[in-house]
Design a protein around this ligand. Sequence first.
Ligand code: ADP
Ligand code: MG
Length: 458
Amino acid sequence: MNYTIIWDHFLEKIKEKISTLSYETWFKDTSLYSIDNGIYRIIVPMSIHKTHINDKYKDIIDELLSTEDSNYKKVEYFLQDEIQSLKEEEEKQDEILDKKERDSSFDTNLIKKYTFENFVVGNSNRLAHATAVAVAENPGSIYNPLFIYGNSGLGKTHLMHAIGNYIHEHSNKKVLYVTSDKFIEDFVGINRKNNNDNFDVIDIFKDKYRNIDVLIIDDIQFLGGTTQSQQEFFHTFNSLYNSNKQIIISSDRSPDDLKKLEDRLKTRFCWGITVDIQPPNFDLRVAIVKKKIAASIIEKNIPDDVIEYIAFNVSGDVRQLEGSINRLLAYSSMMGGCDITVDLAMDALTDYVSKGSYEKDDIHKIQRIVSEYFKISIDDLKSKKRNYNVAFPRQIAMYLCRTCTDESFPKLGIEFGGKDHSTVIHSCDKIEREIKVNNELSQIIDILKREINSCSKK
Ligand code: ADP
Ligand code: MG
C-alpha cells in the first residue's frame, strides 16, 4: 500500500473543504506513517498540531476517510521522534514473534504430560526431585551434569521431561530430549549417509546436538555398546559443557557400574551431581495411586481400602502401579461399571499381584520393608553373607519378625534362607540388648515398626 498516494489524495480533498491558511498551517506538513486495522497514524510537525487538528477538524477528517475506506476507525497523531520509538517497539515485537516461530518449529521431543505438578514426592525420590527442580530453575549453572539413576519404572524419564518442560516454558532456552538409542541412530545415520558422499549431514548432526542449551539424554547405559557413538557423545558433552549448557543424563545404574562406558565419560558424569531414585515405600505408593486415579478420565470412586490393597500388593515399580490402576478401571467397566471393591480388585489384579512381590504373610512384608530401608535385596537378607552391611539388617529383620508376628524361631529360620533356629534366637537377643544402649538403633527400629504397622492397615 502506498501511503504517500493515499495521503496526497486525502490532502487534495481536505484542501477543498478548509481555508488555505488552515490548510497550510495544519495539514501541509503532515504525512501518513501507517494504516493498521483501520487506524491511521499521522506524523505531525509539532505537539500543538495534535490537539488542534483533533479538536477542530476531527469530524471532517472522519467523514473524508470513512468515505474512502470502509475499514476506517480513527486517526492517531505522532511527532517524528515518537514514530521512531514506535518503530523500535514494533521491531522488538517482530523479533519476539520470529523467535517464537523458530522455537515452535524446533522439536524438543518433550512429552508434555510429564510435569513436576504430577510427580509425587516421597522419601525415595525426594533428593532427585529437589535437584531436578534446582536444575530446572537454574539450567547450566549449579548442577552440571545432573545424573539420575535408579531401577526401571521409578520415574527417571518422567523427572527429566519435567525439567525439560519447565525450562521450555519459563525461558527461551532450546531443550532437546533424546534416548541414547536415538543418539546412536542419528550418529550411525550420518556415517551411513557420508559413505554416499553426503557431507552436509555431519553439520546437521552437530547443529542438532551442539546448538542447544539443554541436552537430556535418557538411558545412557545403552550407549555402552558402540565405541564410535561413545566418542561422538564425548565430544558433544565437552562442547556443551564448555559453553555452560545443561546436560541431564539418566541410567539404570550409577556411573561406577556402567561397565561398558569409557572411563573418561564416567568421570565426566560425576563432575556435577549424581542422585538416585529408590523404589517407593507404602505411603508413597498410596499417594501415587491416589494421584493417578485423580488424573484418570474415568470418574469412579475408589475406596481407600482398595487403594491400600493396590499399594500393598503391587510393590516396587510405579509403572506396575499405573498398569494395575488402568486394569482395575477397565475391569470394572467391563463388568458393567460395577462398584470397585477389594474383592473386585483381587479378581482384576491377579496378574499384577502374583508378578509383584506378593507378601503372603507378615514375615515377607517385614523382610521387604527392612531390605528397602537398608537398600539391600531380599535375597541378601536370606543369604549366608556375613558382612556387616547385610548381617546387621538381617538381625534387625529377624528381631522385628519375632516381635511383630507370632511366628516360631524355627519357622523364622526357614523364612530367612533355611537358617538354624539358634541363629534366629541369637540375632533377636543381640538386637534386644543393643536397642537399650544404642539410641540410633532404637530410632531405626521405631521407624521400621511404624512402616510395618502402616502396611498392616489393610
Ligand atoms: P523410568 O524412566 O525410571 O523407567 P518412568 O519415568 O518411565 O520410569 O516412570 C514410569 C511411569 O511411572 C510413568 O508413567 C511415570 O509417570 C510414573 N511415575 C514414576 N514415578 C512417579 C511419581 N513419583 N509420581 C507420579 N508418577 C510417577
Ligand atoms: Mg525411562
